[in-house]
Design a protein around this ligand. Structure first.
Ligand code: ZN
Length: 303
């Protein structure tokens, strides 16, 4: 087995990790995405970082493949980024081919939630399980479904868009045009909006979590509402798919039990007992390393 590089291409930052044959991250780099500079420029900057990481290896070692997790929508089969609202500079591009040609290495590309799910499944909170659902809660909310060890894509490659599953048909309006979506309760901007409506203070999800921990009742209520919505969504997914391990990642998941406790409490009310009793909802164990390890794992298939 050879070394690989796992890349987490985000809206504002690109994180890269050099991963050993034993799946350990040996070195990390982090640069601004600066997608507005365009595809060639972004690819060149990524290639510079890959080369810097490869230069830390001995003369007998080499990087053999690269994996990239990127925001969707994307076509993982063709290796193309589609219309990325937050990254217009590299939208609608044959990203995988351009990066692969630049590096003269094979490159795998998939959706960031799916890549992070692979990391958690193989090396983190899902390790040893047969199947797992990873729900990432950040600015947006999405999920990746791993069934019997393999990612589930759906017929049109869009499986896992659980941020816009309805948890309350008469609920809060969502920016997608629907209402009562999971994202309208749990996404970072949704938490900020709800807290601002109650208090007039427009602060981030992390700041709301800090206030909740210091006893701010209204901040606690924001997380209770978010956790309940998450519990309802998990109940529906567990009833439909009978998958038992749910791993919650993303920036909002850093709130930990503030979010997960109300989710646990809500779950039994919306699923058969035989199902809900077997469901485990746990926080991501790898955090920001999940996409790097997942991307490097995906790159293994190219070797
Ligand atoms: Zn929605």
């Amino acid at each position: 087995m050879s070394h690989r590089i796992g890349i987490d291409l985000g809206g504002s930052k690109i994180a890269l990790g050099l991963v050993s044959p034993a799946d350990e991250i040996l070195a990390r780099r982090r640069i601004d995405t600066n997608a507005a500079a365009g595809l060639e420029r972004v690819v060149k900057r990524i290639a510079d970082e890959v080369e810097a990481l490869a230069a830390t290896l001995t003369s007998e070692e080499a990087v053999a493949a690269v994996g990239v997790g990127a925001p969707g929508p994307l076509d993982h089969i063709k290796g193309e980024l589609l219309t990325l609202v937050n990254l217009p500079g590299i939208s609608n591009s044959p990203f995988r081919r351009v990066l692969s040609e630049r590096l003269a290495l094979p490159v795998a590309l998939d959706h960031d939630a799916k890549v992070a799910a692979l990391g958690e499944f193989h090396f983190g909170a899902g390790r040893g399980r047969d199947s797992m659902i990873y729900i990432v809660i950040g600015t947006g909310v999405g999920a990746a479904i791993i069934y019997q060890g393999a990612l589930f894509y759906g017929e049109g490659n869009s499986a896992g868009e659980c941020g816009h599953m309805t948890v309350d048909p008469r609920g809060r309006p969502c920016h997608c045009g629907s209402r009562g979506c999971l994202e309208a309760y749990t996404g970072g901007p949704a938490l900020s909006r709800q807290y601002a409506e109650m208090t007039g203070d427009d602060i981030t999800g992390a700041d709301i979590a800090a206030r909740a921990r210091s006893g701010d009742e209204r901040a606690l209520q924001v997380f209770i509402d978010a956790g309940r919505a998450l519990g309802i969504a998990i109940a529906s997914l567990a009833m439909t798919l009978n998958i038992e391990t749910f791993v919650i990642g993303g920036s909002v998941a850093k709130a930990g039990d503030l979010l997960l406790e109300p989710a646990h409490e809500t779950l039994p009310g919306y699923a058969f007992r035989a199902v809900s009793e077997r469901v485990r909802v746990v926080a991501s164990r790898l955090g920001e390393d999940a996409p790097i390890l997942g991307a490097a794992h995906m790159a293994k298939r190219l070797l």
